[in-house]
Design a protein around this ligand. Structure first.
Ligand SMILES: [Zn+2]
Length: 560
């Protein structure tokens, strides 16, 4: 039983803290964290306790700890692949101490790479929860370090990727001599069912939520007009565009959607359709740029069998298929002059002929067109008919680019994550706070489509149940904020960029005056780091303050 147990080594974790006080932010790797007052949290806990009772309050703080533990467990899981599982596990108690919540002391730890066995005994010194009971709530009947228990359970479960529960068996808050907890595979606890319930969402909340859903469903059935509920976006410029759509939907006026590529024109074209009285009739979308010019007429208006056209069979065009419904012509500027003439005829007379046919057919179709080029310029250049332009632009709607509706980005991220998690049958915990910040700062030339691609790619690359970090989304620009300060092992703030004693400004000046080349310099530094680390990429990455994937990415970039 007297096996050596690992000791805490805080130098492993202190460099992960970064302060950007001038931005009002503190980072623990990619998690934004904050310095919070124990007294305020104690008063809050007392209020929660008085409001919802001991059992619910306990579950509440256990889950709060659990969530925090999962995030730190993910951080440990994605850290240096060469650490032993024991060292990696110890990052949990170290982060717990770094967060100022408790000083854990391992009493026993059974954990090896190969076996499934996990057993842990831990003493908790200086638990902040014990202090809260002492100052705000008085003695407890049962162990009260709920938040710590939840954290240890969440952390270990995330790190080992299976359900591990800790239980506090002795606690200073209920008159024991020490705070003492045991962790083991969840199923091995005889009170497993009871413990598991603490980590499940509160039945009271579930009940409220299901009532809320019912109320919302009832509201919706009362308010048939709100068919746009599944369209993403709540920013002002987007709402304005949506209002324009709803106003147009009652008439048959042709709508022209204007906006950059990828802003979601087809979504709005569908919105025009589903809010109109044609909603239960066909909606047909055509991307005019995707169809070869010599086929566009037969594609739109159909073709009649005959020697003249070379067609073996008669075929309906898209306009016929959209009869009584809506047709969406994306990139309408690509239409050939003949197709433009036929389109004008449909708009003016509601009639057309199939290619190779002279029978006049009637059709009732609402046209929504879209373009990302300026049609009036195309008219001036003689590429687009002026009369058709005036017809189409009777009701123009501008769709804002994503960079002008950044407050919608989190909504889109949630929407696409939900979509691709279902598609790839893979769950993730979401996007790191720093990752989300970069998404908001990016200028999005490819708009919503680009965002969707990034989210999809990141989901494919992410670990199951992991957090999507910066480097998964933007491999070329990962890392902590460059203006940040870090904590050194002794807990003092340090400038991240230069070690103590080096005058950064002077160094940069002298570099710039000597025919400096950034790329060559970077390559030299990377090579030197690799040499110094004897070719060990993880070590080399640490030397230059990069993650392993970010380091590897750069080395590869220079190799190409
Ligand atoms: Zn305790």
């Amino acid at each position: 039983m007297n096996k050596p147990v690992p000791k805490l080594d805080l130098s492993q974790v202190t460099p992960h803290i970064a302060f950007s006080a001038d931005q009002g932010k503190v980072w623990l790797n990619e998690q934004r964290v904050m310095l919070f007052s124990q007294t305020a949290l104690g008063k809050f806990r007392k209020e929660v306790y008085d409001t919802i009772g001991e059992e619910r309050c306990k579950a509440f703080f256990m889950r709060l700890g659990y969530q925090l533990g999962i995030l730190d467990g993910e951080l440990a899981r994605s850290s240096d692949a060469e650490m032993t599982i024991q060292d990696r596990f110890m990052l949990g108690p170290e982060l717990h101490a770094l967060r100022g919540m408790v000083l854990p002391e391992m009493v026993e730890l059974e954990l090896t790479e190969k076996t499934d066995q996990f057993y842990c005994e831990v003493r908790w010194h200086n638990s902040y929860e014990v202090e809260i009971y002492a100052s705000e709530m008085g003695p407890m009947d049962e162990p009260g370090c709920w938040n710590l228990t939840g954290y240890a359970s969440g952390y270990t479960s995330a790190l080992l990727q299976r359900e591990i529960f800790f239980q506090e068996l002795e606690c200073l808050s209920c008159g024991n001599e020490r705070c003492f907890a045991v962790g083991k595979p969840a199923q091995q606890w005889s009170n497993y069912e009871q413990l598991k319930r603490y980590y499940e969402p509160d039945p009271l909340l579930e009940e409220l939520r299901s009532l809320q859903t019912t109320v919302e469903a009832l509201k919706e059935s009362l308010n048939q007009g709100d068919k746009l509920a599944n369209i993403v976006g709540s920013s002002k410029p987007f709402k304005h565009a949506l209002q324009m759509v709803t106003k147009a939907s009652d008439s048959k006026v042709s709508v022209l959607l204007l906006g950059e590529t990828g802003v979601g024109k087809e979504v709005l074209a569908r919105a025009v359709h589903i809010t109109s009285d044609r909603a239960d009739k066909p909606f047909v979308a055509v991307n005019c740029a995707a169809i070869p010019p010599d086929l566009i007429e037969s594609e739109l208006f159909g073709v009649e069998k005959g020697a003249y056209t070379g067609a073996n069979q008669s075929r309906m065009g898209r306009f016929e298929r959209a009869d009584n419904g809506t047709i969406f012509l994306d990139e309408v500027i690509e239409l050939t002059p003949r197709a433009q003439a036929s389109l004008l005829r449909v708009l003016q007379e509601s009639e057309f002929e199939r290619v190779g046919d002279n029978k006049v057919r009637k059709v009732d179709v609402r046209v929504v067109a879209a373009t990302n080029e300026d049609l009036s310029v195309a008219v001036e250049q003689g590429r687009f008919r002026a009369d058709l332009y005036y017809r189409l632009s009777a009701y123009p709607i501008n769709i804002p680019p994503l960079r002008e509706r950044k407050e919608d980005i989190p909504l889109f991220v949630a929407h696409f994550l939900e979509k691709y998690q279902a598609l790839y049958n893979k769950n993730v915990l979401g996007i790191s706070d720093l990752g989300m910040e970069r998404l908001s700062a990016y200028h999005w030339p490819g708009n919503i489509r680009e965002l969707e691609n990034i989210v999809e790619r990141a989901l494919i690359l992410a670990d199951v149940n992991g957090v999507i970090g910066m480097e998964t989304m933007f491999p070329e620009q990962s890392g902590a904020p460059t203006d940040a300060k870090i904590l050194d092992a002794s807990g003092h703030l340090q400038d991240k960029l230069f070690p103590a004693g080096v005058d950064g400004a002077e160094l940069i000046d002298s570099l710039l005056e000597s025919g400096f080349e950034l790329e060559a310099f970077e390559k030299t530094v990377l090579d030197a780091a690799l040499r110094k680390a004897d070719g060990n990429v993880s070590k080399a990455a640490r030397l230059v303050g990069l993650s392993r994937p970010a380091f590897a990415y750069r080395v590869k970039k220079f190799a190409e």
